[in-house]
Design a protein around this ligand. Structure first.
Ligand code: NAP
Length: 511
């Protein structure tokens, strides 16, 4: 008998999956947020239903406790299906809603996978992440949803390499489906006619077939496969077309600065510092955000010694409770001509061995913070009408990053968000950067092998390349010939690159 856990089993695709797997051969564990008393399908019984609100940080512990109480020791199949969304302008999405969406769609599958690893390993089981074909195309009206699903895919891809031989990891992408989800997120039928979409039952059948195939990633349905192919390979055609159709963001600042102003997160050290020096040299006034007061003072002093001007705001961007104080100081310096989302941290090692709290902080700093800031900059009209954005993603977007699966998730999510923002921000532009190893303390701290540090790109070289690309209005930058080669190879031969990353990173971390 196979033990199967399905999250979000009270409605839509999850409920259809639960009904499909409801046979004598399966023991079901159905996770939902609704109180048991509100469920009227006989499939839900005290021995099948586990009530857990996945928007709460203790949800994984609740589920683990339920399994222990029920005497369940193994899991053959874990389907991360629960999901939520938001539809509307990314400038209007409340920050609490951004956090809630990322918690249900991204944090909860990550923390459940982390907590339930012993159950999965015991059964040599399979973990399935329900993503969406929306990751393949810019989605300006559901940018955070797209980012959450892309981050989930980035996480799954790296985890799959880490867990090969122990637990099968799979990503499945349905296309638009006729469920209650669209209505729940505030869409009307005039905006989206969901009645024409395939039924939840049909999609559940396709999902169960994909699960049997055990293929690493499956897009369901011919039309969705075509869309994904187009979105991945035809973005030069597709993205400008979508930009023409998407409702456009605007920013009308109430005042102007005398000097062009560049906001850089994590500007005190490493790539951020090099960017601050480069932009200051080009005549920009620098507004840096950083947590390290001493390094911030040193960088500001260097910029001023070189004849530039810099102010630093000190604060921890990974913490929502510090955001208001940061924003009130930002108000003084607005509007910004250029915003560089550079701050980032990592956590390396085997996913299941890294404390979850640390992985959560990685997601908060690398993904939540740029989304919060971007939303607020638009909401408050703190951008010049032609402002540029620069997002520091990572070469892991093409290559995977076994040994830093949550870092990879954050950087894939960020790249996806930048693509959606670009479609809605025709007034300015939006550059995504995919750097490989750079000669900074970040690389030294997280790399398994620093013996060939000289081979890493100097931060000044990267900063100069970013400056040139941003000023030229480019949308993507893979800096350096070797990284370009790796990016191309990752796109064409993803499995080969994953194997290479396993050798270069994971096995060295293990050693
Ligand atoms: N529908 C589509 O067009 C479509 C397309 C591609 C991918 N997907 C993905 O497919 C999955 C299922 O979507 P669906 O269309 O079946 O949506 P749905 O009908 O709204 O079902 C979503 C399920 O997730 C549950 N859920 C939401 N928030 C939760 C929370 N905080 N804690 C616990 N459970 C929670 C819902 O509970 P309640 O019943 O209490 O709301 C429901 O059981 C999602 O991951 C979605 O992103 C959907």
């Amino acid at each position: 008998m196979a033990t199967i856990l399905i999250t979000g089993a009270t409605d839509g695709i999850g409920l259809a999956l639960a009904r499909l797997y409801d046979t004598a051969d399966h023991q079901l564990i159905l996770v939902g947020r609704r109180p048991f008393a509100q469920l009227n399908d006989p499939i839900f019984t005290p021995t099948t239903y586990c009530q857990a609100d996945l928007a709460q940080s203790d949800a994984a512990e609740t589920v683990a406790h339920w399994l222990q109480e029920a005497g369940i020791q193994t899991l053959d199949l874990l389907i991360h299906n629960a999901g939520t969304g938001y539809y509307g302008s990314l400038a209007e999405q409340p920050l609490d809603q951004i956090d809630a969406l990322l918690t249900v769609n991204l944090h909860s599958p990550i923390s459940l996978t982390h907590r339930l690893f012993p159950w999965l390993r015991q059964a040599k089981g399979q973990v399935v992440f329900i993503s969406s074909v929306a990751t393949a195309v810019p989605a300006p009206e559901y940018a955070v949803y797209g980012a959450s699903k892309m981050a989930l895919e980035g996480f799954a891809r790296s985890l799959r390499v880490e867990w090969r031989g122990q637990v099968t990891v799979q990503t499945i992408r349905p296309g638009a489906t006729h469920t209650g989800m669209h209505q729940k997120i505030g869409l009307t039928q005039a905006q989206m006619n969901w009645e024409k979409f395939p039924s939840a039952e049909k999609v559940a059948h396709q999902i169960s077939n994909a699960i049997i195939s055990k293929r690493p990633s499956v897009t369901l349905g011919f039309g969705n496969k075509l869309l994904r192919f187009g979105g991945r390979n035809g973005r030069f055609l597709l993205d400008p077309l979508l930009q023409k159709r998407a409702p456009q963001l605007t920013s009308q600042p109430q005042r102007q600065n005398e000097q062009p102003t560049c906001l850089i997160t994590g500007a005190a050290d490493g790539i951020g510092r090099a960017l601050a020096l480069r932009y200051a040299q080009a005549g920009y006034r620098i507004v840096g955000l950083d947590v390290d007061g001493e390094k911030a003072r040193e960088t500001a002093a260097q910029i001023e010694a070189d004849g530039g001007s810099a102010s630093f705001i000190l604060g921890d961007l990974s913490r929502r409770d510090e955001l208001d104080a940061i924003l009130s100081q930002l108000a003084v310096h607005a509007p910004f001509n250029c915003v560089i989302h550079n701050a980032g941290i990592s956590a390396v090692g085997h996913f299941e061995a890294i404390p979850l709290a640390r992985q959560t902080t990685v997601l908060h700093l690398n993904l939540h913070a740029p989304l919060w800031l971007t939303t607020e900059l638009f909401r408050q009209n703190w951008l010049t009408p032609d402002a540029s954005f620069v997002f520091l993603s990572s070469l892991s977007y093409f290559a995977s990053y076994p040994g830093a699966a949550v870092y990879a998730a954050s950087k894939d999510g960020l790249a996806n968000y930048a693509r959606s923002l670009r479609a809605a921000w025709a007034g300015g532009h939006c550059l995504t950067v995919f750097p490989g190893p750079v000669r900074t303390a970040h690389a030294r701290r997280y790399s398994p092998d620093n013996s060939r540090e000289d081979g890493r790109m100097p931060p000044e070289t990267l900063a100069a390349a970013i400056f040139r690309a941003e000023q030229a209005g480019k949308t993507r930058l893979i800096p350096g010939a070797q990284n370009k080669l790796m990016g191309g190879a990752g796109h064409l031969f993803p499995r080969l690159l994953e194997w290479g990353m396993k050798k270069m990173i994971l096995e060295k971390l293990e050693g």
